[in-house]
Ligand binder design. Sequence first.
Ligand SMILES: Nc1ncnc2c1ncn2[C@@H]1O[C@H](COP(=O)(O)OP(=O)(O)OP(=O)(O)O)[C@@H](O)[C@H]1O
Length: 580
Amino acid sequence: MSATTILPVASGRVTVATFWRNLRRCPLLAWASVVTSVAASGAAVVVPILLGRLVDLVVAGGSVDALLATSAWILGAGLMAAVLTGASRWLVTEWGMRACADLREEVLDRALRMDSARLESAGSGDVASRVTGDVEQVADSIRLAAGIFTALVTVVITFAGFATLDWRIALAFLIVFPVHVLSLRRFVPRAKRLYAAEREAAAVRTQSLLTTFTGARTVHAYGMAQRQGQRVDGASRNAVTARLRAVRGFLWFANMMNYAEAIGLTAVLLTGFLLVRAGESSVGDVTAAALLFHRLFGPLGMLLISFNDVQSAGAALARLVGITGLDVPESRARAGDRPAGGIGAKAIGHHYPGGPTVVHDVSVEIAEGESLAVVGESGAGKTTLAAILGGVFPAAEGEVLLGGRPIADLDPAELRRTVGVVTQEVHVFAGTLADDLRLAAPDAAEEQLWEALRLVGADQWVAALPEGLHTRVGEGDHPVTPGQAQQVALARVALLDPPIVVLDEASAEAGSAGARQLELASAALVRGRTAVVVAHRLTQAQSCDRIAVMAHGRIVELGTPEELVAAGGRYAELWAAWQR
Ligand SMILES: Nc1ncnc2c1ncn2[C@@H]1O[C@H](COP(=O)(O)OP(=O)(O)OP(=O)(O)O)[C@@H](O)[C@H]1O
């Protein structure tokens, strides 16, 4: 599967327009960059022209004073050019970096707000490679862009320098351009294709690596290590092949550039020789022209070679801008909007991309304040149904109503205030525990954080941490157990204080003592709310108002715990076995 076919890549026009918009956000830096670059190039062009004068002075047997004065001017112009070039590089880099930082923020913002169904079908590898590799590539290219900008100004100013010399020598120099134009015309469209293919192959490689690592347990469990290894191998080989193709294309172009320069310098020197012989030009003018031309090698080469990196950075930039253009629903809700009420599921059906139907025609009404436990064998579809009811992703078929309103009509902010979801994948984010909790309620006072922790029974172990709430937790910092991570996730929901909660196996991760603790935490969170609880422990199901038993994606039994036990069906069997 090609991951890049799913998330959009911006067109060239949109990419340029977006980056230009970001560049224009710093007008002062922009002007300072242009002015210093022009001044730096101007000073640098003066040097070869003065050197030409020096040659003429020597040929004409000029005075020592005149020679010294010209030399002093050359020295001054050289020093000024060096200082101004440094300043302009710094300014241009700063300008570009700011534009790039703005873009990176936009991309991250969009990526984080992207709806999970889209993220799932695109594959997190594509998003990951965009917000890491592509962002880095664009950021690296900013230094290059600064070089390109200065080179461009140098080329323009050097041309102006040529105008002060014999026009026929300048004309001879123009011979390089047809060669450059022809090779660019052949190289540019090819490079565009080659670099886009290279980035796509890299994204597929990232995707295949990510799925291998995230699914490591499954890979081991099914003895798929070798097959999965071959898959990653294949993706890596494709990425290397794509890179080599791009490099080969570039080498051809670099060769053409060398030919053009050799032809150009020969033409300038030959024309100069003929003009001097005919007495129509001075040796000094020809020297200045040759030096100017030689000065152009660097910037001109830089501009042309950069086409290579510009193409590559352009491909990365287009992938970033593609994400900034994604439609993410803006919040229309006012603070405090919170459609309370129950949950209504009407004929819900679902399948994962390319997979079979895993939830079939599920309809269930959960009244306001009522709790529904969902039980069933592994793979019965409990997690999928809970995720749909909690608005984690939309159902492929049917409709979910929250407080009588279709879930699709709620914007993300409203949805978050309405339903609190704890999934099986709880995560403790790097930072202090207080920061982690405040992800749910940024303005929560410390006392509110403690209250939430008390509700889920986490206050004691948090108080025992070296710096309490201000202890840094997560990877590389103070470790937390899976059970503690689940308590933190539950405390975040408590802070959100939503009228509806969806808890998916919040007690499954813990050992038996911790499991009881988590069960109590979930029960405290469920109290007074409409709740869906995916329960592996039947004691948890027993404490809910009603229980839905799922099998093969369908609800096969639905009723109060007493009704189901009395009915003597599947649940009664499970309950009897559980009590033994
Ligand atoms: N992200 C996914 N992509 C593809 N298939 C999936 C995905 N998540 C679940 N499935 C499949 O959907 C079916 C239902 O899975 P689900 O996780 O909803 O069941 P469950 O009853 O919650 O199981 P468990 O108790 O093991 O979590 C299973 O066959 C599972 O393999």
